[in-house]
Design a protein around this ligand. Sequence first.
Ligand code: KG4
Ligand code: ZN
Length: 339
Amino acid sequence: MRVLGIESSCDDTGAAIFDLNQGLLSHRRASQVDLHARYGGVVPELAARDHIRVLIPLVQAVLSDAGLERGDIDAVAYTAGPGLAGALLVGAVAGRTLAFSLGVPALGVHHMEGHLLSPLLDDENIEMPFVALLVSGGHTLLADVTALGRYRILGESLDDAAGEAFDKTAKLLGLGYPGGPAIADAATRGVAGRFGLPRPMTDRPGLDFSFSGLKTAVLKLWGEVEHDEQTVCDLCHAFEDAVVETLVIKCERAVRERRAERLVVAGGVGANQTLRERLVKRMAAQSVQVSFPRFEFCTDNGAMIAYAGARRLAAGESDALEIRISPRWSLSDLRSIEA
Ligand code: KG4
Ligand code: ZN
């Protein structure tokens, strides 16, 4: 089965073709970073309009990259949520309509399930159960994954997601959008130990997160110091260290509680090099293996949607003839497709 995947939940348009026998055949992404950068964050209406502009050419490009015609597609999977309603609608309308015109099934996919399964794009041998850390711009959560579709949320952010905290802190320090890569880059030039920041909610039991206080702590420090380049880098270093250490402490706790042998990390913040290195080291100390998606599949992409869709379509799922989006949709509401 050959599945066209479409992602349009936020500020990246993604398209990909995944074949259940041959694997990933092609994938492309069109980023909207330049479009939103001057506003310091994603403008939903501009995002939706740009998805409209680039989606069909992107689908044509992934088909031609794979040497395929539209008629060679067996099914279409598109992101149905969670995400920005207008942005989601573009992918949903395009995906559902294309499937209808070709007479093939369509399926609305959960964006976070796409992230969660993205490491399997390169390594199908990753076995469940495992604990998943999903860290993106909109979500930060730890989930117990016992089967495909059976996800129990162990803890999640009570306020800002980790990526959102990176983005807001970067804005505060006058760095560009998206903030995660900008802070990570500045942090490499920062001096460790000049500023100390808390590790929120690590001093009490539980697996929930809270990152909004960190941004406030940075704001307070920012009001007390000279605004020179080295200070920005030092603050970025302290901020990244605090977020990473908080995530690592909670992962250690989660794998210990679940007696997990594997931790899967996905989502945009999973691209952070400091987080990757520290997790690998600390998980090794607990004999836990860590799996990440390929670097380019940490942030939003069509490949993960094609993959998650293919697994569910192969299990017999498909949507009725309707255009369905769910801008708010919990991962724990998904149906398990394995016994
Ligand atoms: O998964 P994603 O592409 O979109 C959502 O589903 O939200 O994640 C985007 C988030 C942004 O907040 C961005 O700042 C963050 O991931 N991010 C990073 C890095 N690269 C992207 N955060 C920290 N370090 C990075 N290297
Ligand atoms: Zn995402």
